[in-house]
Write a protein that binds this ligand. Structure first.
Ligand code: DAH
Length: 357
């Protein structure tokens, strides 16, 4: 037997003996790999005379081709055998009881929004809506944000690419543009809330790029801050399902209200969790104020005849407070275990007669 025939017989025996795909790969490397036995023979061709090389080269290549084919066939056979073995062992018993199937639930944000809407509806507020994609006029200009004023940047606005006209649309940074749309389309008296999605380029434990707000607007003759205070206190007591709440109005600045205030609600933090309606601590909960005369004018309402109040609050934040969820980002992570735990039954719509939550 020539040395070549011996080598081929050896490799063929190794292929036959290989018991799994890893063993076949080891045989391939030892024969055809860079420093394999067949490759080593091919390297000897360089030192031969042309005639010798032609004859010997053809013989070595023929061996290499046969070895390659044998390797591929054995590998395919082993893979089929491995798959058959897996299919035989991984059986599914269809007679076993079905596993627990998670049911859909109402998201805590939607539940909170429904609760807020039902409380305000009972107080005589209608629900108004506006688009998520807004223009500069409704989101800023009509709300008395001065042109090129840093307050516009403060909102971390998501802008779209400019149109051919140069106008840049944006994702509304608050629900306040719905005030503008309502006043432009409706004569006073006005009493609306505007629940909806809002967007800012911000993300941490208490901020997400998309969140929800409820805006409120009341316009009539002889409206004053006393009405605002009563409305908010009544709402907060009902929302937190306590007899009464205490509030504190801190002077603040919003371009669209004058005077403006941030409202804190009295709470107790002593037990490690926040309890609303008792205690001597304060928790900031919303922004509000008397609608600025410039906003009324921009919306075609005479500020000498009408005035009103407005407020805006974060829905997700209020939901977290009421239902004890620590991280805002979880609200939008779509984790079905979280939704199963914090979600609400679709069959118990909140209303003041049968209870909110
Ligand atoms: N738009 C404000 C914000 O997103 C919230 C707000 C404050 C709304 C005062 C109002 C208001 O209507 O009067 O930060």
């Amino acid at each position: 037997m020539t040395d070549l025939a011996t080598l081929e017989a050896e490799i063929t025996a190794q292929i036959a003996a290989a018991g799994d795909v890893a063993a076949i790969e080891a045989v391939r490397v030892s024969a055809l790999g860079k420093s394999g036995s067949v490759s080593a023979l091919l390297k000897t061709l360089g030192a031969m005379s042309p005639e010798e090389r032609k004859e010997r080269g053809a013989q070595i290549n023929a061996v290499r081709d046969r070895v390659q084919t044998a390797l591929a066939e054995k590998k395919a056979a082993l893979e089929t055998a491995e798959l058959d073995a897996r299919l035989a062992s991984e059986t599914l018993d269809l007679t076993l009881p079905a596993p627990y199937r998670r049911k859909g639930s109402v998201h805590p944000t939607m539940q909170t929004m429904d609760e807020m809407v039902s409380i305000f509806a009972e107080m005589g507020f209608a629900v108004a809506e506006g688009p998520d994609i807004e223009d500069d006029f409704h989101n800023f200009t009509a709300l008395n944000f001065p042109e090129k004023h840093p307050a516009r940047e403060m909102h971390d606005t998501f802008f779209f690419n400019p149109k051919e006209t140069g106008e840049r649309m944006l994702l509304r940074t608050h629900t306040s543009p719905v005030q503008v749309r309502t006043m432009l389309n409706q004569k006073p008296p006005i009493r609306i809330i505007a629940p909806g999605r809002t967007y800012r380029c911000d993300s941490d434990a208490t901020h997400t790029p998309m969140f929800h707000q409820v805006e409120g607007l009341v316009i009539d003759k002889a409206i004053h801050m006393g009405h605002l205070k009563w409305t908010l206190e009544t709402f907060l007591a009902r929302f937190f399902e306590t007899d009464a709440v205490t509030t504190r109005f801190r002077p603040h600045h919003f371009p669209f209200t004058e005077p403006s205030a941030e409202t804190d609600v009295g709470c107790d933090r002593s037990g490690g969790e926040i309890k609303i309606g008792t205690g001597s601590d304060w928790l900031e909960i919303l922004g509000c104020g008397m609608v600025h005369p410039n906003v009324l004018k921009a919306c075609g309402i005479d500020p000498d005849e009408y005035q009103g109040f407005a407020f805006g609050m974060g829905v997700d934040r209020l939901g977290m407070l009421k239902y004890g969820m620590p991280d805002l980002r979880d609200m939008f992570a779509s984790d079905s275990r979280w939704l199963g735990h914090y979600g609400f039954s679709a069959f118990s719509a909140p209303n003041l007669a049968s209870g909110l939550s």
